[in-house]
Design a protein around this ligand. Structure first.
Ligand SMILES: Nc1ncnc2c1ncn2[C@@H]1O[C@H](COP(=O)(O)OP(=O)(O)OP(=O)(O)O)[C@@H](O)[C@H]1O
Ligand SMILES: [Mg+2]
Length: 255
């Protein structure tokens, strides 16, 4: 059976002991969408990405991607189907060079050959994110903003159909956020479907074609940016104070 949607979640639940971090979630993502996944701390956003990418097994429900049931696939198999993700806590291999980190990501996803071919492709991705000059530096020596860009390059090196970004802008200053914004825009323009977890409403509102709101593991609203900022449940659960604060100081860390 083929499905029209690129990514289809049906009844997805993830329990940690007695806690339902993600609860009976239904969501369809179409090809080419740029989805903003928002909600308070602990809402289940990262857990959802972990379930989609096979890092955590779903306690119930199914995840379909490109018409195939991927619910029980391990992470490297999910990557090979075309889903790449970045990590909220950036975790490069610290002793490897920047270039080696990107080449390793490509090999993990089966998206590159080995040796020279992998390195040449990795360098292209580093050029795209503006890190080519640091290709031979140890990953551990990068600043936070550079490590976030490295995460993007690693994701792109997997040649994904869908890229899941978990707070790639957290901790960045306004200039760095603007740079990341234009990178994500050009990624989307390449036809890659993007799902972005983001606390900065400026980013979500300017970038996303649709917003999905999680609260206590449940999907409480989905819609275009204009309707989401007016949705009373969303304002109460999340946006109220934060939206006002973000408008005053874009780039302020969440918490
Ligand atoms: N490995 C785990 N073991 C136990 N509980 C977990 C685990 N991972 C997440 N949780 C819990 O699941 C809930 C959802 O967490 P999650 O990290 O998905 O939230 P989030 O929406 O990404 O929050 P934030 O905006 O702070 O990143 C939280 O209550 C969290 O404590
Ligand atoms: Mg998170």
């Amino acid at each position: 059976m083929t499905s029209a949607s690129l990514l289809e979640l049906s009844g997805v639940t993830r329990r940690f002991g007695g806690l339902r971090a993600v609860s009976n979630l239904d969501l369809s993502v179409e090809r080419g969408e740029v989805i903003g996944l928002i909600g308070p701390n602990g809402a289940g956003k990262t857990t959802l990405v972990n379930v989609i990418t096979g890092v955590h097994r779903a306690s119930a429900g199914t995840v379909r991607f490109n018409g195939e049931d991927i619910t029980r696939l391990p992470p490297y198999q999910v990557a090979r189907r075309g889903i790449a993700r970045t990590f909220q806590i950036v975790q490069p291999f610290p002793e490897m060079t920047v270039l080696e980190n990107v080449a390793a990501a490509a090999m993990f996803a089966g998206a590159a050959g080995y040796g020279r071919e992998a390195n040449a492709q990795a360098l292209e991705h580093l050029e795209f994110v503006g890190l080519a000059k640091s290709a031979n530096a140890r990953a551990a020596s990068l600043t936070l903003a550079m490590r976030k860009r490295l995460e993007l390059a690693k994701g792109l090196a997997m040649r994904p159909k869908a890229l899941l970004l978990d707070e790639v802008n957290a901790g960045l200053n306004a200039t760095e956020v603007d740079h990341a914004l234009s990178l994500i825009r050009s990624i989307a323009a390449q036809g890659i479907t993007v799902l972005i977890i983001e606390h900065l409403m400026k980013v979500v509102l300017t970038l996303c074609t649709r917003i999905v709101v999680l609260h206590h593991g449940e999907l409480i609203a989905t819609g275009d940016p204009a309707s989401i900022v007016k949705d009373q449940r969303v304002v109460q659960a999340y946006l109220g104070r934060r939206y006002a604060a973000d408008n005053a100081t874009p780039g302020a860390p969440h918490g």
